[in-house]
Design a protein. Structure first.
Length: 209
């Protein structure tokens, strides 16, 4: 079973409370999403491997530590996931960026991939899939399956807010993918929105509602 990590850092919770407020405008919402993404990825990458290197300071030679092992790629689920990318890149500027887009077939109600572009060496990288909301889990599960179909195996999912239904779906479909969230909310309403949530993250991010 995958692990679910809920970040209770005061700065994350403070910024998230402002994002939830319906009075928060597009500019501030966008900035807060980027900031929280940066704070979250700081914790998500805590277990990255390092190795010793020798550097020469202005004073003397010193043994220091630098990142070793696998490199990173960040893959936003379009469209709201785009708002988290810069936050990741602020901390890990060498990470490569992929994109995955899905839509729901109106007849089968199943997610359909309409766009997927991953780094050429994505199978050699740790993949951070980002999307602000984990509601039913259908889109996240499908996106991760599409990524797995391209040979990637080291995948983590980062969400701002999750519903218990989405977490359960992800753990059922992808028990090998750890989930990192800033808040586990109460439930989904009859329209599939997370309660209390923050509304439609994409609309609030891009000002389309």
């Amino acid at each position: 079973m995958s692990k679910v990590v809920v970040f209770d850092h005061p700065l994350i919770q403070h910024k998230l409370s402002i994002m939830r407020d319906k009075r928060t405008g597009v500019k501030e919402f966008r900035e807060l999403l980027e900031e929280i993404a940066m704070l979250m990825v700081y914790e998500v990458t805590r277990d990255l491997e390092t190795c010793e290197v020798e550097v020469e300071t202005p004073i003397c030679k010193a043994t220091c530590r630098r990142l070793a092992g696998h490199k990173l790629a960040v893959v936003p689920i379009l469209r709201a996931g785009l708002g988290m990318v810069d936050g990741v890149l602020n901390l890990v500027p060498a990470a490569k960026v992929g994109h995955i887009g899905l839509y729901r077939d109106p007849e089968t109600l199943e997610p359909v991939e309409y766009y997927c572009k991953l780094p050429a060496d994505s199978t050699e990288r740790d993949i951070l899939v980002v999307d602000p909301m984990l509601a039913t889990g259908g889109s996240a599960s499908a996106a991760i399956q599409f990524i797995k179909n391209r040979g990637c195996s080291r995948i983590r999912l980062i969400n701002l807010i999750a519903a218990p239904e989405g977490v359960e779906r992800m753990q059922k479909d992808h028990p090998d993918v750890d989930i990192y969230i800033a808040a586990l909310d109460d439930h989904l309403n009859e329209h599939g929105y997370i309660v209390p949530g923050l509304g439609d993250a994409g609309d609030r991010l891009f000002g389309t509602k």
